[in-house]
Design a protein around this ligand. Sequence first.
Ligand code: AMP
Ligand code: MG
Length: 406
Amino acid sequence: MLPTVEDARKTILPFISALKKVPVDTSSALGRVLADAIQAPICLPHWDNASVDGYALRAEDVSQASINTPVSLFLQEEVPAGQTAQKPVEKGTCCRVFTGSPMPPGADAVVMQEDTKVISGGSVLVMECVRPFEYVRFRGEDIQAGKQVIDKGKRLTPFDLGLMSALGITQCQVYEPPKVGVIVTGSECVEAGQPLPPGKIYESNGLLLQSLLVQAGANPCVFPIVSDELKDTTERMDQAIHECDMLITSGGVSVGEHDHIKPAIKALGGTIHLWRMRMKPGKPMVFAQLRGKPVFGLPGNPVSAAVTFVLMVYPALQKMSGCHSWDLPQCVGKLAHAIENQEDRHHFARVRMDEEGLIRLAEGRQASHALGSLILSDGLLGIPEQTRLEAQTEVRVIRWPRLGDF
Ligand code: AMP
Ligand code: MG
């Protein structure tokens, strides 16, 4: 019996490992995968500070203050953002502060500007009682110095980079992103932009796979189209595997006499670990190793290439990129109508999910060459062999990945 998709992943992933670590400036680290965890070198906030515009004071001085019994405090100085108080706040005094101003020594709370009135003679009337520590943001209340704030294996987001800046960090260690070669095979394939002779097709997989690789955070390297000749296929694969960390081919993995990917891998001394899975579309996918590097031979039909990329290549790329998780992004919803799979292999249907979480088959043909329904879909619904899923069944959809999903 052919392996399931799960079996196939278990075969593939042990052959994949992360590439080397490199230092990078945080200013160009967006989307890179962190290779060394980040520890906070300082506390955030760095010191106790005011959370509103107002007056720093001693809460006990104004514990009885109200609109009818205001308390007058002597205003001794003003601490704008970026400066520190020159004098401690003592009994009966206060200090003008603004959001973010460091708390003056001696003060333990802040009264909001709206609850005060400045009166002549350099005093402030406080018209509201204030509890100790009111409107104070404490040193380290957000992040304590020494805490591990970002785990190794995380793809860095804008928020991670903002935090690193707040901590004064300008550089971090990330993993080198995989350089992935893409070889499109097929004597019928012509690149868009060229004349289209009879019998030829504009090929779609070069740009489709290149774009999926960019979304996955990898560096794609697309080679010129290879004709269905063993010699051409072997030479191009030999070149690509030297230049890249991983190789993806499209087409030429079926049983026809013009399918040269497997013979080329063998001719180059590679090892084929997997060929064909119990899935639709994408059954004939190949996984091999060539010169110690992973090779994915994807089927030529564009939907099969997209589906096998997401289900098989994507997790491998995440692992090779050093990500701590290589699970596929999923979401849960309910079927709007029944869906049946009468075949003896797992079907990955292209589906849409609406705002209410209702899932339906994407419009158009569910066929491995049908790009029309692929572009209307939000993801894939797996339907096990010989299974009927009734309307309203709760199901998980594998969402098409986007940049930064992991
Ligand atoms: P193959 O996997 O080479 O047997 O091809 C299966 C089907 O996919 C055939 O109809 C091919 O013409 C088509 N095909 C192969 N490669 C591409 C490509 N790069 N773009 C679009 N269709 C392709
Ligand atoms: Mg072909």
